[in-house]
Design a protein around this ligand. Structure first.
Ligand code: MG
Length: 121
């Protein structure tokens, strides 16, 4: 899937998204509202809105697919706004976390298991 302007996971960088969101927010004079606290709360609220589609069912209804997609986008927007405000390089942080998780969850101990790392055999 891609948008009319060609945006897609495969062809748009996180830096492009950061710049687009920064422009969007600046044009509306919103950065003054973007405290870390409020951005973190907004992120949590958007995640809760996403969770509503899973509440009391195994999967979201097919009729809600577009709304689920919108909430996923809201989560990403809030996350990117928060990382921008905190000056966090999100992809570098993710790469570091994957490396940490690789140590915590070695394949020979974690494969096919759902326990937290401190409960693995
Ligand atoms: Mg929302």
């Amino acid at each position: 899937m891609s948008t009319e302007n060609g945006w897609s996971d495969a062809h748009t960088s996180l830096m492009t998204l950061r710049e687009r969101l920064a422009d969007f927010n600046r044009q509306r004079d919103w950065p003054k509202f973007h405290t870390p606290k409020d951005l973190a709360i907004a992120l949590s609220v958007e995640v809760a809105e996403l969770l509503e589609f899973f509440l009391w069912r195994a999967e979201p209804d097919e009729k809600d697919a577009a709304a689920v997609q919108e909430e996923l986008a809201d989560v990403m927007i809030c996350l990117v706004n928060l990382t921008q405000r905190l000056d966090v390089d999100l992809l570098a942080a993710v790469e570091e976390k994957i490396a940490t998780n690789a140590l915590r969850y070695p394949v020979d101990k974690a494969k096919g298991r759902a326990e937290k790392y401190n409960r693995l055999p």
